[in-house]
Write a protein that binds this ligand. Structure first.
Ligand SMILES: [Zn+2]
Length: 436
């Protein structure tokens, strides 16, 4: 074969440009891990934004630093800083936006590596946030820089954002920026979120979530004469029993058309996050003995994840209906139901331009068909969809999802290179008029 088409040649040059930046990619990932952006409380957001500012300004990006004033957790000690870097090409066209969150979750126990050391060992870089998602952020930066180097004459614009607080709901990050109009479809046309969904998968969206506290009430009395009181914990036992008999089987029977992974999350699910009844738990180390009382209050927190086919009203009404049923059937049963938060499901069409483009680039770079998936838990796509009104958004990035939030979290250098090549080719398809 002597005939190489221009598109194949371009794909080749982009992959080569990415591969040539291997050492740079490693150093960039290590630098990002070494800035401990723990959330809570929301540390070092300004520092990581300044690091990204210096890096991206050096590659011709215009920078905006935006503090999410007044959002949850924002204060003088822990300001919620975000960065948006934009580089216009010489011709008009679409804007492709890479959005990464800069925060990482608590370190936790069980580490054998320095969680903020960025240690490179046998092709893996270790650290809190390596996989979720500083590796993805680094890969998107390398992809953009390689693309600009090879094709400086592109159409449209490239944006890279580093945003706060994804791990705590995104209110001081993407939600705030969306409210300010940064994800307006007039301004941005394609969004790729490099969350760790594996380099061969395009993630189209996520299930919804409904969090609520249920409290049952009783009457306090002496523990030796419980018949003189009313035990709120027993009432809660009846609630949980009803859930076991009526709610869990009903949820398990519902299946979504969303390609959620893992398979178990293709049904509705509910976790009971916590339960507490009666007196406060003893302080650690206390040797005092508790007094004897019938509990007059018991609370649970439920975490109900729902499918794109289930309206939120129905999710709420189902739980409420079971509680009302107990109220009419069970003597002295009384309850309160308080919603804590909710997130609606989000789902991009697999034929949407950004989804089909990334899938084609995966096929090109990895030589295998892309898998379309949806995420069991939520991420910042919800805000881009609901507040920004921008539907053309997917998550695509390197890293093994199951490693997120775990001890000895790592990101593979080869996986970052491959996904950066996929991102660079996606830029070519979206920002060059005749790329195919
Ligand atoms: Zn993440």
């Amino acid at each position: 074969m002597t005939d190489i088409s221009p598109a194949t040649d371009l794909a080749h040059r982009l992959t080569e440009a990415v591969t040539a930046k291997r050492d740079d990619l490693i150093a960039l990932t290590q630098d990002l891990i070494r800035i401990p952006t723990l959330n809570p409380p929301g540390e070092n957001y300004r520092a990581i934004c300044e690091y990204l500012e210096a890096r991206l300004r050096g590659h011709g990006f215009d920078i905006q630093m935006i503090r999410a004033h007044g959002t949850p957790g924002d204060c003088t000690a822990y300001p919620r800083w975000n960065i948006i870097a934009r580089r216009e090409g010489p011709h008009a066209g679409d804007c492709v936006h890479f959005n990464s969150h800069t925060d990482v979750v608590d370190v936790g126990l069980g580490w054998t590596r320095d969680p903020f050391g960025g240690e490179l060992d046998d092709g893996k870089i270790y650290g809190r946030g390596a996989c979720d998602m500083k590796g993805g952020l680094a890969a998107s930066i390398i992809a953009a820089e390689a693309f600009i180097e090879v094709m400086p004459d592109y159409h449209g614009a490239i944006e890279i954002s580093g945003t706060a607080d994804e791990e705590s709901g995104g209110y001081g990050g993407v939600a705030y920026l969306a409210e300010q109009g940064f994800f307006n479809p007039e301004r941005v046309q394609h969004v790729i979120i490099p969350e760790p969904l594996n380099k061969d998968r395009v993630c189209l969206g996520h299930r919804g979530g409904w969090w609520a506290e249920i409290e049952t009430f009783g009457e306090i009395a002496h523990g030796s004469m419980p018949f003189l009181g009313d035990c709120a914990v027993r009432h809660m036992g009846a609630v949980i029993d009803t859930f076991e008999r009526d709610l869990y089987p009903a949820m398990a029977a519902r299946r979504t058309d969303m390609p959620v992974v893992p398979e178990g999350a293709r049904s509705s699910t509910m976790n009971i996050n916590s339960i507490h009844g009666g007196q406060a738990e003893q302080l650690a180390g206390s040797t005092a003995l508790p007094s004897h009382c019938v509990p007059d209050s018991c609370r649970i927190v439920i975490d109900r994840r729902f499918l794109v086919e289930e309206p939120l009203d129905q999710v709420r009404a189902e739980v409420e209906g079971l509680l009302e049923g107990l109220k009419s059937d069970r003597p002295k049963f009384d309850y309160a139901l308080r919603e804590l938060n909710h997130v609606l499901p989000s789902m991009t069409d697999r034929d949407a331009p950004v989804a089909s483009t990334v899938a084609a680039a995966i096929q090109n770079v990895l030589g295998q068909e892309a898998q379309f998936v949806a995420s069991p838990g939520t991420y910042d796509q919800k805000h881009i969809d609901r507040i920004g009104k921008l539907k053309n958004c997917v998550a695509y990035g390197p890293g093994v999802l199951e490693l997120a939030h775990k001890p000895d979290e790592w990101i593979g250098v080869d996986d970052m290179i491959d996904s950066a090549a996929v991102m660079a080719q996606s830029l070519a398809k979206l920002l060059l008029p005749n790329a195919d």
